[in-house]
Write a protein that binds this ligand. Structure first.
Ligand code: 6PG
Length: 260
């Protein structure tokens, strides 16, 4: 696994940087394999990034008709609920771009039996990504966020999902929140060609430091267990979240030193 850290001045620059990375990854995947299979996290940070990706500067670059759009995780709420990840992705991206509706794969986390929802979503991933027998499904890109407690996807500290080694999608109970979620598991995330962490804000700086610090006890934070078998791990941070990160010197979007 190779990894890279890119630091941007603020949320706007960071959001544009990630959106550009998504667009170029989509172009490259479609050119190489005829399809771009991506899974999006929810939460609040990606909202501005989705807006940029759907914006006039980038949307024309994305081969939307060849994109398979999945979710990383979902709250156990209806898709029009204020807390729904799908609702946010739909409002900021799906209603703004010509994605093929049959290629938008929503997690049905609102149904009463989350085990059924998990198995249903695993079957959808199998149908679309069609991995070889016994192999993990391989996404071209998985977009992850980071909680201040070190969770990513809906893999929370102290949750049973941290130990899942066989299933692709599971219901997972978040002990501190006292809620159920649906989430991709570590084996699927770690099989991806590329994982991009999108993290912003001062409140995440210490967590980012702990996740990236090799001196931290291994596995003490869920996000530390994102370790790609054969892929590229990329951290996209704003200055506030990345102030303790290695190479936190000059943000990548800063003008060249000799700029006037
Ligand atoms: C979710 C996300 C979750 C998110 C982190 C960070 O369902 O909330 O998938 O993993 O990425 O909690 O969320 P913020 O971007 O809102 O800080």
């Amino acid at each position: 696994m190779s990894s890279e850290i890119r630091i941007f001045r603020g949320l706007d620059e960071l959001s544009l940087g990630v959106a550009e990375r998504l667009a170029e990854s989509a172009e490259a995947a479609v050119k190489a394999r005829g399809r771009f299979a991506v899974a999006f996290s929810g939460g609040s940070t990606p909202r501005e990034m989705f807006r940029r990706l759907a914006g006039p500067d980038l949307t024309e670059r994305v081969p939307w008709a060849s994109c398979e759009l999945f979710q990383v995780d979902e709250r156990a709420v209806p898709p029009d609920h204020k807390d729904s990840n799908y609702r946010m992705i739909r409002e900021e991206l799906l209603t703004q771009v010509p994605a093929a509706s049959e290629r938008v794969h929503r997690m049905r986390a609102e149904i009463s039996d989350l085990e059924v929802a998990a198995d249903e979503y695993s079957s959808e991933i199998a149908r679309v990504l069609a991995p070889e027998a016994g192999a993990w499904p391989r996404f071209d890109l998985i977009l992850l966020g980071l909680g201040t407690d070190g969770h990513t996807a809906s893999l929370f500290p102290g949750s049973a999902g941290l130990n899942e080694k066989k299933r692709w999608v599971i219901p997972n109970f978040a002990p501190r929140l006292g809620v159920w979620r649906l989430t991709l598991t570590y084996p699927v995330i770690n099989a991806a060609r590329k994982v991009v962490f999108l993290v912003a804000g001062e409140d995440k700086a210490e967590t980012v430091r702990r996740v990236l610090d090799p001196r931290e006890p291994a596995g003490s934070l869920p996000a530390q267990r994102i370790a790609l078998a054969d892929g590229q791990l990329e951290w996209y941070l704003d200055l506030a979240a990345g102030r303790h990160a290695p190479g936190a010197g000059v943000p990548v979007d800063a003008p060249p030193a000799d700029a006037v």
